[in-house]
Design a protein around this ligand. Structure first.
Ligand code: ADP
Ligand code: MG
Ligand code: MG
Length: 929
């Protein structure tokens, strides 16, 4: 707070110059930094200035008041704009109008509202009319301004979807009274009346006279942008996207250009490449004779950029030039907003475009091929998580054809989010959340979506809208969340009261009720009635199902090349958590270099195995237990042999039995009777055995190595199965690499006890089979004591694997099964910034990991250490695992591509100077609050 004096609070731009640049996003927000940069490189940008995010912090620190010093600075910055435009702010003869725009460091689409045409009042509107020679335009701008100012700054925008905007109501009434259909048909006189009526509405609702002084209006608007940083919508968006609440927003004040000055004016938005597929084509939409938000709001259906050349060849040429220059300059796909005023093009915003996972892969690989970026940059460009898109199912082609042939195609819209979604339709975001909570898969359909719907959108498999284009809110969110979406489908109309949706199909209207099944093809934009079977993605088709040939699979080829580049960079190895041969094969197809966790207990639920397992558990003495175990032995041996065959010479880590025994016993009376019959015991005996095993804290009960220590014959049987299988497979010419892993070790003697057993069995089996197989015995580090005494444990353990699920539970003292809702509350209240079961808690669990690694390797230099908790597939955690020197991460097979990419990025981020620095600065800033 002390150093507010000499601080620069505003940064001007315009006329080929700027005080800021593209690297100043933290201070100027993404939008402000982009405008400054464009101005610098000679892209036409209307002049203006940006008020920094630090002023936002000052604003909040001062109890939501603008700091006094900002006034002079704003006035000074405004006079520069006046000089550049030759207009005066509040000048009745030649008024300067400005927009007031919000802009956080990362773009938060639609989160904070923009005010356009500020500077108009009863006097300046006349000057504008004269100067533009267009009275209608002047009054249309004025009525838009009053409404926007009322909605955004004075908070008159309705809170609920069902309520109507007061200004829109007046406008509709006016159109009715004047018997016209379109806004643009209203005469000047009507617009004049509207301005008065709008002001009246403000007076009635807010008990306030709209100020005439433009500077007063500007200050109010700036404050309002700052305040909007903390509104509910912005807050919800930040939580969903992990944006810290203390970043704050910048405000840009910029001279207006007008897209609503007639037929040679217009406004639009465009992506320099296709944001859905990644194809290298200019992709976007524009509206003739329209102002700013008309395109984004989707209230008029725009034309495609591809058609612009027909109407305005010169404009299309200028725009194409801007496209190439911006893409080359930013070396990434750009999402731009532009306005054309009487034949002159202005760019109002540029940012790296949001894209689907499919598009991200394609753009990265193709830009590397075009030599715009290096291959390493291409690897850094793809958000690991977004590879999920590429692995997402599509509709079964035959099933879909049948559906369409039988007339189930309802309508077509714009393909905004690729993939196939099938679910029951709901019409309200709250319903989507509620239905999802009770286990339904839902598709959210609405006339249009807005930021307050995002929780519901998050809960939906896909969404549909009637209005808006590829840049509407629904489309943006779909791309970001990786949801299936079809937007801008005018055939849909809604009766929210009746909870129905009418679809104008080729065969006449069709009424869809809440809860009906719909299938949505987000790649083709099709909405189909009923359910359609889905099939796996192209990549999965090639790699896993073998149903698609690489030659027919362009996406697969891009995917493979990108991951090939990643593999060339990464240091961490990747393994899979897999228990069965088919899972192992999937894992190998996705690049697994071994199995990091085979949970043997999963095998006991397989065919024919649960019986003897239960028999073993209800046995009364060791002899009986051994009889039952003897039945399990050949079954386990076959499981392991299958796994070894599938994995070849890759290492396979097999964990000895881990969960508490009661988990294997039937909980229902019928199952218990059945068990009694099968084992020749009384029901009472079985039930008493079950109640003996009941624990109040099974997570901390008789499980893990404790089981193997109390019932050594179980470990013996498992070890025997492992080594017999290994010998069997070795005899076939495969070189298996079993790694026997003892779970839940907290004391070195626990491991010593179990390892001794395993080594004895190994020696016996090798003697019997007259064959030796290389193997190792290690342990999971998953309780704090294990981590703290890792040095002692490493005397016995030949390897460690972090079980970070349990390690997180035991470090936090939180049972994940019991406190799911608490965790949500904690994340909501920002007590935990992220869910520690999703991303490794570096400051707590991470410290234990580092301790264990240091101590383990001090005892046993070069010791192999990996991770097999679910964190192994979380990109942020993978980065951490790389940094602390693990040898491998292990995750579920379908997350392997994500882990491979994340592991490569971890290395590259370490190399790229600046990246680490930016992060540190961000951390510092958040520490301040
Ligand atoms: P958002 O963050 O919601 O995209 P913007 O600040 O980009 O909000 O404003 C929305 C739209 O308003 C822009 O796309 C642009 O069309 C219009 N707009 C903003 N400032 C100006 C301006 N100075 N002149 C003309 N149109 C503007
Ligand atoms: Mg914008
Ligand atoms: Mg565990």
């Amino acid at each position: 707070m002390a150093k507010t004096k000499g601080v620069k609070r505003t940064y001007s731009f315009g006329s080929g110059q700027a005080e800021g640049n593209k690297d100043m996003k933290e201070l100027l927000g993404g939008k402000g930094a982009g405008l400054a940069e464009m101005s610098r490189i000679g892209i036409p940008v209307p002049p203006g200035f940006t008020i920094t995010t630090e002023v936002c912090s000052e604003f909040y620190a001062a109890g939501k008041r603008l700091p006094r010093r900002i006034e002079q600075e704003m006035r000074a910055a405004l006079s520069k704009v006046e000089a550049l435009t030759g207009k005066g702010f509040g000048d009745a003869a030649n008024p300067l109008l400005v927009s007031v725009r919000s802009g956080a460091r990362v773009s938060m689409p639609g989160m904070m509202d923009t005010v356009l045409n500020l500077g108009l009042n009863d006097a300046t509107v006349k000057g504008l009319a004269e100067r533009s020679g267009n009275e209608r335009f002047a009054w249309d701008s004025y009525r838009r301004f009053v409404a926007m100012f009322g909605d955004v700054v004075l908070g008159m925008k309705p809170e609920h979807k069902e309520d109507r905007d007061p200004f829109e109501e007046l406008l509709e009434a006016k159109k009715k009274a004047r018997r016209v259909a379109l806004d643009s048909e209203l005469p000047v006189e009507a617009l004049r009346e509207l301005v008065a009526e709008f002001k009246g509405a403000i007076r009635a609702k807010r008990k306030l006279e709209l100020p005439a002084d433009p500077f007063e209006l500007l200050s109010m608007a700036v404050s309002s942008v700052f305040r909007s940083w903390e509104n509910d919508r912005a807050d919800a968006y930040r939580k969903l996207n992990g944006i810290p609440s203390d970043w704050g927003t910048a405000v840009t004040v910029q001279s207006m250009v007008f897209g609503n000055l007639g037929e040679s004016s217009g406004t639009g938005v465009a992506f320099t490449r296709n944001a859905a597929t990644g194809e290298n084509e200019f992709y976007g939409e524009f509206l003739v004779n329209a102002q700013g938000e008309d395109v984004v709001a989707g209230t008029r259906t725009p034309q495609r950029i591809a058609e612009m050349a027909k109407h305005w060849p010169e404009m299309a040429r200028q725009l194409e030039e801007v496209r190439t220059r911006l893409e080359r300059h930013y070396r990434d796909m750009q999402d731009i907003e532009f306005t054309i005023e009487r034949g002159r093009l202005y760019v109002l915003q540029t940012r790296n475009g949001k894209r689907t996972g499919l598009a991200a892969v394609r753009i990265a690989v193709e830009m590397a091929d075009e030599k715009i970026i290096s291959r390493e940059e291409a690897v850094l460009r793809v958000e690991p998580e977004s590879l999920n898109h590429v692995l997402r199912p599509i509709f079964d082609v035959a099933a879909k054809e049948t559906a369409i042939r039988s007339g189930r195609l309802l309508a077509k819209g714009l393909p905004a989010g690729p993939g196939a979604a099938c679910g029951r339709v709901v019409f309200f975001a709250e319903d989507a959340v509620a239905w999802k909570a009770r286990g339904e898969t839902v598709v959210l359909a609405r006339h249009e979506t807005s930021p307050e719907d995002i929780r519901g959108m998050d809960a939906s498999a896909g969404f549909l809208t009637a209005f808006g284009g590829m840049t509407s809110h629904a489309a943006l969110v779909a791309r970001q969340m990786g949801k299936v979406a079809v937007v801008g489908c005018p055939a849909l109309s809604f009766d929210y009261q009746a909870r129905t949706m009418k679809v104008a199909t080729a065969r006449g209207p069709r009424l869809i009720h809440e809860g009906d099944w719909l299938s949505v093809d987000g790649l083709l934009g099709e909405i189909i009635e009923g359910r359609i079977a889905t099939q796996s993605s192209e990549v999965v088709g090639v790699l896993i199902d073998g149903t698609v040939k690489p030659a027919d699979a362009p996406m697969y080829r891009l995917f493979t090349r990108l991951l090939g580049w990643a593999d060339g960079v990464r240091r961490l190895k990747v393994r899979a958590n897999a228990d069965q041969p088919d899972q192992a094969r999937t894992a190998i197809a996705f690049g697994a270099q071994g199995i990091g966790l085979c949970r043997t207990e999963h095998m006991f639920f397989g065919e024919g195995k649960i019986g003897p397992m239960r028999e073993m558990i209800v046995a009364e003495n060791e002899a009986e237990r051994r009889t039952a175990l003897a039945k399990l032995l050949p079954l386990q041996r076959e499981d392991f042999a299958g796994l070894f065959r599938a994995m070849g010479s890759r290492p396979v880590t097999i964990r000895t039995i881990d969960p508490p025994l009661h988990e294997f016993l039937p909980q229902d009376p019928a199952g218990q009777e059945e068990l009694a019959r099968a084992t020749g015991r009384t029901l009472a005996h079985v039930q008493s055995r079950i109640s003996d095993l009941v624990e109040s804290n099974p997570m901390l009960g008789n499980r893990g190595c404790r089981l193997g220590i109390s019932y050594p014959e179980i470990t013996e049987m498992q070890a025997r199965a492992i080594f017999e299988a290994a010998c069997e497979v070795a005899a076939e010419g495969v070189k298996p690499q079993p790694e026997v892993m003892i779970p839940l070790v907290g004391h070195w003697k626990e491991l010593a006890n179990q390892a001794k057993l395993v080594h004895e069995v190994a020696a016996r089996v090798f003697a019997e089979r007259k064959r030796k197989v290389k193997y190792s015995v290690g342990t999971m580090i998953e309780v704090p004591r294990g981590a703290l005494t890792a040095g002692e444990i490493a005397r016995t353990a030949e390897f460690f694997s972090f079980g970070t699920n349990d390690l997180t539970q035991t470090t936090f003292g939180i049972s994940r099964d019991d406190v799911g809702t608490v965790l949500n509350t904690y994340v909501q209240k920002e007590i935990y910034s992220v869910d520690p079961f999703v991303t490794i808690d570096r400051d707590g669990v991470g410290v234990l990991m580092k301790t264990a690694i240091a101590a383990g390797r001090a005892t046993r230099p070069g010791m192999k250490i990996g991770i097999c908790g679910e964190h192994g597939g979380d990109p942020n955690s993978v980065e951490f695992c790389d940094a602390i020197g693990l040898d491998y991460v292990s995750c579920s097979p379908y997350r392997l591509p994500i882990a491979r990419l994340a592991a490569a990025q971890a290395v590259l981020k370490q190399r790229t100077p600046g990246r680490g620095k930016a992060k540190k600065a961000a951390k510092k800033k958040s520490a301040r609050r």
